[in-house]
Design a protein around this ligand. Structure first.
Ligand code: GLP
Length: 244
C-alpha cells in the first residue's frame, strides 16, 4: 500500500493499532503487540500517545514485546531501545510495567541463550502476538535479523551487519561506539505473529524495498520472508516505493 507521505502512512498504522486495542478492550481481551524502534515508527508512537491523551485509548490490558536491543547495552543509556521506548511511548501511556518486554542488553554472555529461550516462552505464555509493527534496515533486516538469517530463526544474539552499524553511527557519535551485536526476535518469531505491518518511508529505503517486494525470497534479504505470511501489509510512502 503506497501512501502520499510518511504522515499519512503513520496515521494509518497508528489507527490500526488503536482500533485493535479498542476492539479487544471491549471484548475484555488483552492485546499483544510486537514493537520496533528506529526513526520510522516515531510518528506512530506520537499519534498513539495523542490518541491515549485525547481519545482515552486504554493501554492497561496491552502487552508489548520489543523486537530487539543492542548487546551489550545498559537500559539507562540514551542509546538503548529501552530508553527509546520509554521516552517515545511508554512513559506517556497507561501501560503496566509488568506488561513491557524488551530484550535485556545487560545479561552476561553465558546466560544470553537462556534469556532468549525465556523471551520466546513469554510470548507463547501471552498467547502469541496479535500485531507486529516493523521497520526495515537498508541491509534488508527486520528486527536485527541480518542477511543470512533463515526463516526458522528464533530470538537470539546476532552480530550486526556493517551497513546497520554505519546507519547507527550518527546517533552513537561514531561507528566505534556502535555495539557489535544485538539480541533480536527471529524471523520465525516474527512470522508467528498473527498480523504484520512493515513500514518504510524515505528514498534511502527505495532499493531495499524493491528487493523486499520484487526480489527472490532469500535469507540474503530477510524481509523477503514476510511475503510468505498472508496477513502482512507493506506500508510505503511514495519515495520508498520509487523503484518498484
Ligand atoms: C534498527 C532496528 C530495526 C529498524 C531499523 C530501521 O536497525 N533494529 O528494527 O527497522 O533500525 O531504522 P529506521 O527506521 O531508523 O530506518
Amino acid at each position: 500500500q503506497v501512501f502520499n507521505d510518511p504522515q499519512e502512512l503513520t496515521l494509518h498504522a497508528a489507527h490500526e493499532i488503536s482500533d485493535l486495542i479498542n476492539k479487544n478492550n471491549k471484548l475484555k481481551k488483552k492485546t499483544v503487540l510486537c514493537l520496533p524502534t528506529g526513526s520510522t515508527p516515531i510518528g506512530v508512537y506520537r499519534e498513539l500517545v495523542r490518541q491515549h491523551i485525547d481519545e482515552g485509548v486504554d493501554w492497561s490490558n496491552v502487552v508489548t514485546f520489543n523486537l530487539d536491543e543492542y548487546y551489550p547495552m545498559d537500559p539507562l543509556s540514551k542509546h538503548s531501545y529501552r530508553h527509546y521506548m520509554q521516552s517515545k511511548l511508554f512513559s506517556h501511556i497507561n501501560i503496566k510495567e509488568k506488561n513491557i518486554h524488551i530484550p535485556d542488553g545487560t545479561i552476561p554472555l553465558k546466560s544470553v541463550d537462556k534469556f532468549c529461550e525465556q523471551y520466546e516462552q513469554a510470548i507463547i505464555e501471552e498467547g502469541g502476538i496479535d500485531l507486529a509493527l516493523l521497520g526495515i534496515g537498508r541491509s534488508g533486516h527486520i528486527g536485527f535479523n541480518e542477511p543470512g538469517s533463515s526463516s526458522k530463526t528464533i530470538t537470539r544474539r546476532i552480530v550486526l551487519d556493517e551497513i546497520t552499524r554505519k546507519d547507527a553511527a550518527r546517533s552513537f557519535y561514531g561507528i566505534v561506539n556502535v555495539p557489535k551485536s544485538a539480541i533480536t526476535m527471529g524471523i520465525k518469531t516474527i512470522l508467528d505473529c498473527k498480523r504484520i505491518i512493515l513500514m518504510s518511508h524515505g528514498e534511502s529505503k527505495a532499493t531495499v524495498m524493491k528487493k523486499c517486494l520484487e526480489g527472490e525470497i532469500t535469507p540474503h534479504v530477510p524481509a523477503t520472508f514476510l511475503r510468505l505470511h498472508h496477513e502482512t501489509s507493506f506500508f510505503l510512502d511514495k519515495a520508498s516505493a520509487a523503484e518498484l
